[in-house]
Design a protein around this ligand. Structure first.
Ligand SMILES: *Cc1c(COP(=O)(O)O)cnc(C)c1O
Length: 478
């Protein structure tokens, strides 16, 4: 059989692989090193990207340099640079380089982190990282969980586990009711829907002047529902809302959940890692009492997409909700203390997200990461001071966990619609420069400008710059 090839037609020789890897490493390092000289965002319409990029795949292969050039010219420019020091919108992700490299390693080795025996080394890294997290949040030893693709998936996993614990046979799902605040992240509602909780059974509890869930209203809602024949099963509290960074009264909610025998989940995707700082730990007091917690390492732990985390006080409850044992997986059942992460959530095949976290944390040390988080918190406080001191601006929600909400409100302009439009135009004007990415929100119906200052590259000088750009935008509007 002379024409049977001796090696895979897809396997490259070492020199070619090294060349490609170095080329890509250089590209990424050049990109990160020149962020300040790049726009914070650039976008095209679908119509324009299609004519630039779309087309059939190559039939016989193309030169690597040619492909890289294509990507660099036509694809990579058109994105919002999350790690940019002027990315101040939404909740940005600004990974450390060791974390990026951790993802490269995970892909290069292609670990299968679904079952223990197939990747026991990397799986132990995941258990180790989860144990760090639970100790930072003050959760008890024995707490487990898993890393997920993001915060949404983590919350979904927690909601499914809570639903299963409340209704193992799935006979009463239509009566189950879930409670969260009107400021909760949209992923909570979607998790409930996916978990099969009827949409009308998702209760949205009103918040106080500081956008925190009102626990006395929670209490009333639960007892009204019980009286009406519903089965309350879960409260999802927020530890750092996306809008304002508000933290629900965690201890009061934990007391209610304990008294009513409800599962308490805390969505700490946004602010959870602030628990590393003394100020954050105080503000998040009570978080450790939760049955389960959502964290988002791809936000404030400075690792690249994708990486969320679900912690569960009793990991056994995850297993009860998720494990199935088909014949073709008999060989890889977990033994003794081994953990099959596939039994803790939705995914069977999953990559090792833990490596990037471990590499970044071990490289810098916890104190450096803590300092980067603390600086992000201080930058928002600095921004608040600047805008509070300007007579044409007012603070709508003070700085909390690196987010501050404010609006232009020049003396004499008091019409609500006029103020909304003015601020909307300021937002558009600042973003249209491409120099900054800021985002807006609505607070009590008022259009609000919003800065999120978590990107680790950002300095106070960047806050000065965006302040000047916003003041200038107002000047041009009036
Ligand atoms: C970002 C965020 C989420 C969603 O997390 P993803 O990682 O985007 O899925 C959920 N809750 C809060 C409070 C968040 O800030």
């Amino acid at each position: 059989m002379p024409d049977v090839p001796l090696r895979s037609n897809l396997e490259l020789d070492d020199a070619t692989m090294r060349h490609m890897a170095r080329r890509v490493a250089d590209l990424v390092v050049d990109h990160l090193g020149s962020l300040r000289d790049q726009p914070a965002q650039q976008s095209l319409s679908r119509h324009d990207t299609e004519s630039l990029i779309a087309g059939p795949p190559s039939m016989d292969g193309r030169d690597f340099e040619n492909l890289i050039a294509f990507l660099q010219e036509r694809v990579f420019p058109y994105h919002a640079r999350e790690p940019h020091p002027h990315f101040m919108g939404y909740i940005p992700s600004s990974p450390t380089f060791p974390a990026v490299v951790g993802d490269w390693l995970a892909a290069g080795y292609n670990f299968f982190a679904g079952v223990w025996s197939v990747a026991s080394g990397p799986n132990q890294i995941e258990l180790t990282v989860l144990d760090w997290f639970r100790s930072w949040l003050g959760m008890p030893a024995g707490t487990g969980g898993l890393l997920t693709s993001g915060g949404s998936t983590a919350t979904l996993t927690g909601v499914v586990a809570a639903r299963h614990a409340a209704d193992p046979a799935g006979e009463n799902t239509h009566q189950l009711t879930l409670y969260t605040s009107e400021q909760a992240h949209s992923s909570v509602q979607r998790a409930a829907w996916i978990a099969g909780i009827p949409r009308i059974n998702v209760r949205s509890v009103a918040t106080d002047d500081s956008y925190r869930l009102r626990d006395e209203l929670l209490r009333t809602a639960i007892s009204d529902d019980r009286a009406a024949g519903f089965i309350p099963f879960l409260v999802v509290a927020s530890a750092g809302t996306t809008n304002t960074g508000a933290v629900d009264p965690l201890n009061a909610i934990a007391d209610i959940c304990a008294g009513e025998r409800l599962w308490m989940h805390v969505d700490a995707a946004y602010a959870g890692f602030a628990a590393l700082t003394p100020h954050g730990a105080a503000a998040l007091d009570g978080l450790g009492r939760a049955d389960s917690v959502t964290l988002d390492p791809h936000k404030w732990l400075f690792v690249p997409f994708e990486c969320g985390c679900l912690l569960a006080r009793e990991p056994r409850k995850l297993e009860e909700a998720f494990s199935v044992h088909p014949e073709y997986l008999t060989d890889v059942r977990a033994r003794d203390q081994d953990v099959n992460f596939a039994d803790h959530g939705e995914q069977l095949t999953r990559s090792s997200h833990a490596l990037k976290i471990w590499l970044s944390l071990q490289y810098f040390g916890v104190s450096q990461i803590r300092e980067a988080i603390a600086r992000g918190i201080h930058r928002a406080e600095y921004a608040e001071r600047l805008f509070a001191a300007h007579r044409d601006f007012e603070i709508l929600s003070p700085a909390q966990f690196g987010v501050v909400c404010f609006r232009a409100h020049p003396p004499g302009v008091d019409d609500a619609a006029e103020l909304d439009e003015l601020n909307e135009r300021i937002n558009t004007r600042v973003n249209a420069t491409g120099r900054f990415l800021i985002s807006s929100t609505k607070l009590r119906g008022r259009f609000s400008l919003r800065l999120c200052t978590q990107v680790h590259r950002m300095t106070d000088a960047d806050i000065d710059e965006v302040y000047e750009a916003i003041v200038e935008a107002l000047r041009r509007e009036t």
